[in-house]
Design a protein around this ligand. Structure first.
Ligand code: NDP
Length: 277
């Protein structure tokens, strides 16, 4: 039987760990398939979708900056993709329709939110820094987990206003004001790309924070951003973005192959060996 092809598209794309993860699972479950990186410019998106229609590609993941841009090229978007207007997984259905799904929402819920006791969730106050492509998925994941006290602060205020039109329940905080408001929150989520470049980090005054504050950084490379190190040094609980990446990949793999792949030590070791400590 011919080899099934999968890919992740984005620009830039070389940093992605998705090929390593999916190829590990293909090997583990004896699936004759290959997952590769496709560095794609806007103009090439149509060709990629044609390849899916012609079954030259069985499925793709979509990353920065195309999660929204790709929607008009698809037959339809479903479930969490419809609610967030953000697509990270594409597949062909039985009727040969090109379907856009979102597994980032599940990824965020499975990676972090299931760890918090249900009783605590309804009173938890969350601050998300950032209003870019991943922000609507994080907001929907929080709402689905019954966490509804959500505030957003973004450098460009207009982008957070756009998010509020979709999610009316969120509260907006001006970027220059969030450092003074941090003491109100139980969970802080960095959903900006600040921290990818060493030396550029959000401003946090640790002494003012609640003593049980939880910090989630969506960044997974480096494994420990400066902020994670800072929170850890004050004995605060931290998570990086690796689990979110793995769980969104697990759901994509299931959608394409109808197998729920195991997150085992071999996979964790492989991914950790590929990221900067
Ligand atoms: P976008 O490019 O869509 O958004 C970037 C965000 O970062 C915007 O809110 C932007 O603010 C903010 N930002 C960038 N530079 C600065 C700066 N110098 N000062 C203040 N704010 C800044 O990216 P995504 O939303 O797709 O991704 C955001 C982060 O989430 C990335 O770090 C990415 O690695 C991570 N991510 C992790 C995933 C995982 O599986 N772990 C999945 C998806 C994303 P502004 O609007 O003002 O430009």
């Amino acid at each position: 039987m011919s080899i099934k092809k999968f890919a992740i598209i984005g620009d830039p794309i070389s940093h992605s760990l998705s090929p390593a993860m999916h190829n590990y699972w293909f090997k583990k479950y004896n699936i004759n398939a290959q997952y590769e990186l496709l560095h794609v410019k806007e103009i090439d998106i149509k060709n990629v979708i044609e390849k899916i229609k012609k079954k030259e590609l069985k499925g793709i993941n979509v990353t920065l900056p195309y999660k929204k841009f790709i929607i008009p090229f698809l037959s339809k978007i479903v479930n969490d993709a419809k609610e967030t207007h953000s697509v990270n997984t594409i597949l062909l259905d039985e009727g040969d329709n090109v379907i856009g799904e979102n597994t980032d929402v599940f990824g965020f819920q499975a990676a972090y939110l299931k760890l918090f006791p249900n009783n605590d969730k309804k009173n938890m106050k969350v601050l998300i820094l950032g209003a870019g492509g991943v922000a609507p998925s994080i907001i929907l994941a929080l709402l689905k987990s019954n966490i509804s006290h959500i505030s957003i602060s973004n450098r460009t205020y207009e982008k957070s206003i756009f998010l509020k039109k979709k999610f009316k329940e969120i509260n907006l905080i001006k970027w220059e004001n969030y450092p003074e408001e941090l003491n109100k929150f139980d969970i802080l989520i960095n959903a900006t790309s600040l921290g990818l470049i060493p030396g550029e980090e959000p401003k946090i005054k640790l002494n003012d924070l609640k003593k049980n504050m939880i910090f989630i950084d969506t960044i997974y490379n480096p494994q420990q951003t400066k902020l994670i190190k800072l929170f850890k040094s004050h004995n605060l609980k931290t998570f990086n973005g690796l689990n979110m990446l793995i769980y969104q990949g697990q759901k994509s793999f299931y959608l394409w192959n109808k197998i729920n792949p195991e997150i085992d030590d071999g996979l964790l070791g492989l991914l950790e060996s590929k990221i900067n400590k």
